[in-house]
Design a binder for this molecule. Sequence first.
Ligand SMILES: Cc1cc2nc3c(=O)[nH]c(=O)nc-3n(C[C@H](O)[C@H](O)[C@H](O)COP(=O)(O)OP(=O)(O)OC[C@H]3O[C@@H](n4cnc5c(N)ncnc54)[C@H](O)[C@@H]3O)c2cc1C
Length: 384
Amino acid sequence: MNLPKKADVVIIGGGLTGIAIAYYLAQKKCTDVVVLERNKLLGIESTGRNAGGIRAQFGTKVNIEFSFETIKIFENFEKLVGEPLEFNQCGYLFMTENQTLWENFKKNVKLQNDCGVDSKLVTPEEIKKRYPLIKTEDLLGGTFWQRDGIIDPSSVLLGYEKQARKAGVKIITEAEVKNIETSGKKITKIITNLGEIQTDTVVIAAGAWSKNIGKMVGIDFPAIPIKRQIVSTLPLGIPEDFPMVVNMDTGSYLHRESGGILMGWADPNQKESLSIETDFDYTMEIIERSVPRLPILEQAEILTEWAGLYCTTPDHHEILGKVKEFEGLVCAFGFSGHGIMHASAVGICIAEEIVDGKASFIDLEPLRFERFANGKLIEEKNVI
Ligand SMILES: Cc1cc2nc3c(=O)[nH]c(=O)nc-3n(C[C@H](O)[C@H](O)[C@H](O)COP(=O)(O)OP(=O)(O)OC[C@H]3O[C@@H](n4cnc5c(N)ncnc54)[C@H](O)[C@@H]3O)c2cc1C
């Protein structure tokens, strides 16, 4: 497809975030939209390299709201978006043996319940009864919500992509953004390897590369790329209703994948990097943290392992919405490990901010870039 000479909105990045925003713009009759993706295929960076976990069990209101809204959309995806989607609502089970974390769990459940998410505290005995494969003896307890679960992010992306294209959105691959031209406080032009597009509205949805896009307009976004690894095993007879298990004591997580187990861990010692080369020691650390909670893993054979990038921020919350430096510059990045579970709500809010000037159902103020300069960071302890 040829690059158009101008567009009302240009979205940089053809991962789930960029495509969801394009879809919701089109829903609001804003269809003169171009998505630019530098790869040949859409969704092959973080969107294609994650664990597919979807949960509303967070410790901040804004994180709960973004996930809860997205969960409601995933539950009704075929009706709302017109494309089929399998959402395995096997639940998320957070667990701990640590008294401080346990006290935090109680606060989180109270906040989640206040937001309409009817998660609950569970005892080690209840966990053992429902999931006998999990070692529970040393646990103080956990939290559980049945409507959390696992999704295939590429199916979500495909659904949004198909409908966005139908509505007239232009999605152009092998189109790498090289520069952004500005005049005063206005965006004027996007420069790519395929040519230029005149526009006054640009959405940065470039995931772990968003900091590089910021540099094109002289803004230093605190959006740091960090490697995260995943390991999966051959089948082990894990039952279909097995939940996503998050061990908050070790920061590791695991869920059923094709009858085996997919496991990951957020290594706090990883440094800023765009490398996605897998590292044997990282793989071993993941396995060592997972086996004690799920002893059946002692019999497992590794099927595969891979790495992807988190785009992290100092408070583990995304950077969303317009910035004061340029009138038409809109942020949608910095999702750490939550970009899939927030994607639909983010898509709606960003489309509303662009078309109506304000998101209608979630307050974007706490998530704006300005919070870093104002020292208004949001503390979230329930992250991995
Ligand atoms: C190991 C791992 C596990 C995770 N687990 C979960 C999970 O369980 N649940 C969850 O919700 N999230 C999870 N995440 C996070 C989630 O994957 C991301 O938050 C999400 O994919 C972000 O989507 P995105 O579209 O913003 O970014 P991406 O999918 O990375 O898309 C950004 C796109 O921008 C393109 N781009 C960059 N620069 C340019 C340029 N100059 N020109 C044109 N295009 C450009 C890239 O090629 C890329 O396709 C995990 C991440 C990892 C790495």
